[in-house]
Every structure is written in C-alpha cells, then in structure tokens.
Write a protein that binds this ligand. Structure first.
Ligand code: ASP
Length: 326
C-alpha cells in the first residue's frame, strides 16, 4: 500500500490534493506583499498605498507595500516574476509594462509571459514641470530654453522604462532637442531635488506633482492630456501651449507571477474592484487629478487585452526613437 504521506504529496504535485492555501475561498490566509518598482513617496507608490489599504479591507488581510526601485522599474518587476505563484507577492506597475519589452534587449525575466494580470487601476495624466527658478514663463519659453541650453539642462527621470523617461523622451523629440537625463530610483526622490533646484525639468504624473504645483514649490508648464484637468484648471494642455499632439497618460495595473491560479487572480481582482469603489480612494484620486478605471477594466481579461495592445502601440515608437537599454 502507498503510504498516505506519499500519496498526498503525489496528488499535491499533480494539483489534485487539497492544497489548503489555494482551496476555494481560502485565499488569502496571511498578509500579501505588493511590490512597487519605484521609490517610496512617488506617484506609483501613492497609487499603490491608497489601493492596497482599500483592498486589504475587502480581503481581510493586510497588503504591505514594498518599494523595490531601480533600473526603470525592472528590478521590482523581476522580483515578482520570480516569486512563488501563490498570490502573496504581487506587483503594482504602470505603463512601463508596455514599454519595457521594447526598451530592454536583455532582462532577467520575461517581461511579457512572466506575469498574470489582475486588473487595471487608474490612468494618470502627466505634467511638464520645472524648478521654481527656471528662466521660462510658459511652455514656448521652456522649449526655447531647452533648445538653447541643450545638455546644460538636467531632466530628472526614474530610469529607462519609467513613465518619466518615456515622457521625457517624447518631449525631447517634440522639442527637437537633447538634454542631460538624471536617473533616480523613482520620481519621489527626484521631486525633492526639483524642489531644491538641483535638477531643472521633469515630466511626471499628477499624483506626484499636483500638490507641489498648488503649493508653488515647482513650476508647471503643461498637462499631457487632451482636456485640462479639474484639479489644475489653469494649467494649459501641451496642445494649447504649443506642442500639438504631445499626449501621454500613465496606466497602472496589478500583476501576479506566471502560473498563479485563476481563482487567486479573480479574488484579487474583486478586491481591486471594491477598492476602486471606495469613497476615500475616489476622493483622493480626484484631488490628485486622476480617476479610477471602470469595474470592467479592473479584471484580469480586460487588463491583459489592454496591456498587449499597449506593447504593440509602443514598439514602433521606441524603435523609431532608437533608445534601448541592455
Ligand atoms: N513616476 C515614476 C516614473 O517615472 C515612477 C515613480 O516613481 O512612481 O515612472
């Protein structure tokens, strides 16, 4: 007779045993780690902390946010791609998931097939901002200054693959100039340097810049959406301010490692949907110039479709820009 212990182990390997942690309705039974692939205090971190807190309420377990910044978000993404596929280590990432597959020639993980999707979270506009003392009063003057000074201008970003990198790249293309880029582990620390005046210009999400713009700590020149923002009604769009067609917005999504059971992804997705209905999340998002996605978009299926389309959208643009990382 086969000993019961061996039989259970064999059934477990085949996925037939009663694996307690993954049994229907049993997830989660302990705290979850949400990896943010950028430094604390930045826009991805802000979105993650708000959403994680609200998801925790629905799940009945704490979601602990862990900042694993560096290399344009690829260090944190790699951590989750290589984690156990059980839903206890998840990733909150942004548009970088759409651009990284084209930007990086070599990565320690598969940026397309290394993940399961949970749902989209929000789409955040970007703003073109600068240190307070910049010698420009509007976007046209900023363009002129950046063209004149060229590499004498320091443009902060969060590394290749970050939204600030992408936006900065598009900005330089639109302005037909090339400046010096200064990479950080996230735009949280970068904005501190912008406030201190040690870097000159940045392109960053409203979730990081709105409050600093309102407080007068930094100068804002344009928002990168088609319409002006309710949170910053006086700020012109890039279209209005003289850079026609310069539009970028930063979508966020939640991922689990490849092979995470569908039931776990669906449970996380339901918690995400509950978080996006949460009054505090909706209110804070509005103050920061962003709105949650619809409940339908906060599902694994809609997220995967959107992500795949975004990879296809950016590939030719990045190839044309010819900027790769190794
Ligand atoms: N806003 C950053 C970016 O450039 C990331 C961050 O710090 O959240 O992608």
């Amino acid at each position: 007779m086969i000993p019961r212990r061996l039989l259970l182990a064999a059934l477990g390997t085949l996925g037939l045993g009663a694996a307690p942690a993954l049994a229907q309705g049993a997830f989660p039974t302990r705290p979850i780690s949400m990896v943010v692939p950028f430094a604390a205090g930045g826009p991805t971190d802000t979105v993650a902390r708000l959403v994680a807190e609200a998801m925790s309420k629905d799940l009945g377990q704490t979601i602990v946010v862990e900042n694993v910044g560096g290399a344009g978000g690829t260090l944190g993404a790699s951590r989750v791609a290589q984690a156990r596929p059980d839903g206890y280590q998840i990733l909150m990432h942004h548009i970088g998931m759409g651009t990284t597959p084209s930007l990086y020639r070599r990565l320690s993980y598969d940026p397309v097939n290394g993940f399961e999707t949970v749902g989209l979270v929000t789409e955040v506009p970007m703003t073109v901002v600068a240190k307070k003392g910049i010698a420009a009063n509007n976007l046209a003057e900023l363009v002129a200054l950046m063209k004149k000074e060229g590499t004498g201008i320091n443009l902060a970003n969060a590394g290749i693959g970050a939204a600030s990198h992408l936006c900065g790249l598009l900005l330089q293309t639109a302005m037909q100039t090339q400046v010096t880029t200064v990479p950080y582990r996230g735009t949280g620390p970068a904005i501190t340097d912008l406030l201190g005046g040690t870097v000159d210009v940045m392109c960053d999400q409203t979730t990081n810049t709105t409050e600093q713009i309102k407080a007068g700590g930094i100068r804002a020149f344009a928002v990168t959406t088609r319409e002006r923002l309710a949170a910053l009604p006086d700020l012109p769009t890039a279209n209005e301010a003289g850079l026609p067609g310069f539009e970028v917005s930063v979508w966020h999504g939640i991922y689990t490692p490849r092979g995470t059971p569908d039931a776990v992804n669906q449970r996380l997705s339901r918690a995400l949907q509950a978080a996006l209905r949460d009054e505090r999340v909706i209110g804070r998002f509005a103050e920061l110039g962003t709105t949650p996605v619809s409940q339908e978009m906060a599902t694994p299926e809609a997220h995967r479709r959107y992500w795949q389309a975004d990879i296809a959208k950016w590939r030719p643009i990045i190839q044309a820009a010819g900027q790769y990382a190794d």
